[in-house]
Write a protein of this length. Structure first.
Length: 255
């Protein structure tokens, strides 16, 4: 199973719980679909202030708008997506170019860089996002290999612990912010449900949505307990097998 991830550590961390029957083809993170489909805007003064290769890659994809090129040029069986990184706002520049206000950009931007901000929950951002998602699906439909499109349908966790059994209500994060983020996630999920029937969702019982107090990246409402990642792997493998079976049956009927 060859996997292309467009999303966050939510998907990337889950793959560590898969066996060796997969290959990570590409991992694209920290870029919003609301920014990916504007004109490119490469800012060397930002890139030169970033210290790690991962940070530079993140910002290069966001600035160069290379998502569709990467989708078109790579062979993969599954496009695995999550929308946790849609929690970022958007920087809009005078020429209409847009960049994602991720932590990498915010830490490296020059103090005199001029742009306006589109709030992460603003309807205008959602309209840009809908256009971006539709273009992404259109590109996937052009691929002869017909990759399976899987949405990792997570939400910001309201509880924390080291397992389902130890989960308790968490007060480490602003409850209103969690609700806003989860409502925005639902907007995106509902749009996809209504318009793209071929997309497969990995749904979770809410008991899995627990922030891991021992997570390697630290405690956050989208750094989950291991049980969720195991569930992700199980559901992903089942979706892939079901997709292969359906494709095989369709091929037989068409003969």
């Amino acid at each position: 199973m060859r996997i292309f991830i467009f999303g966050s550590c939510v998907c990337r961390d889950a793959l560590e719980f898969l066996n060796d029957d997969f290959k990570l083809v590409k991992y694209i993170a920290r870029t919003s679909l609301a920014a990916q489909f504007s004109e490119p805007l490469v800012l060397p003064e930002v890139l030169n202030n970033l210290t790690s290769k991962f940070q530079k890659n993140v910002m290069s994809v966001d600035m160069e708008k290379s998502l569709l090129k990467d989708v078109a040029s790579n062979d993969f069986d599954v496009l695995l997506i999550d929308f946790i990184d849609e929690r970022f706002g958007i920087a809009e520049f005078e020429g209409g170019e847009r960049l994602t206000l991720c932590s990498e950009f915010l830490s490296a931007r020059p103090s005199d860089l001029v742009y306006s901000e589109i709030n992460r929950f603003e309807s205008r951002k959602f309209e840009f996002w809908k256009i971006g998602f539709s273009k992404l699906i259109r590109e996937i439909r052009l691929k002869s290999s017909s990759p399976l499109i899987v949405i990792n349908k997570v939400y910001f966790a309201k509880t924390a612990g080291n397992s389902i059994a130890t989960a308790v209500p968490s007060h480490q994060y602003n409850y209103l912010e969690l609700i806003k983020n989860n409502c925005y996630l639902d907007q995106m999920y509902n749009f996809i449900h209504e318009n793209f029937p071929e997309v497969v969702f990995i749904d979770y019982d809410k008991r899995y949505l627990v922030a891991n107090l021992s997570h390697k990246w630290g405690v956050a409402p989208f750094h989950y307990i291991d049980e969720l990642y195991h569930e992700t792997c199980l559901r992903l493998k089942n979706a892939f097998v079901s997709g292969q079976t359906a494709a095989a049956l369709l091929a037989v009927k068409s003969q």
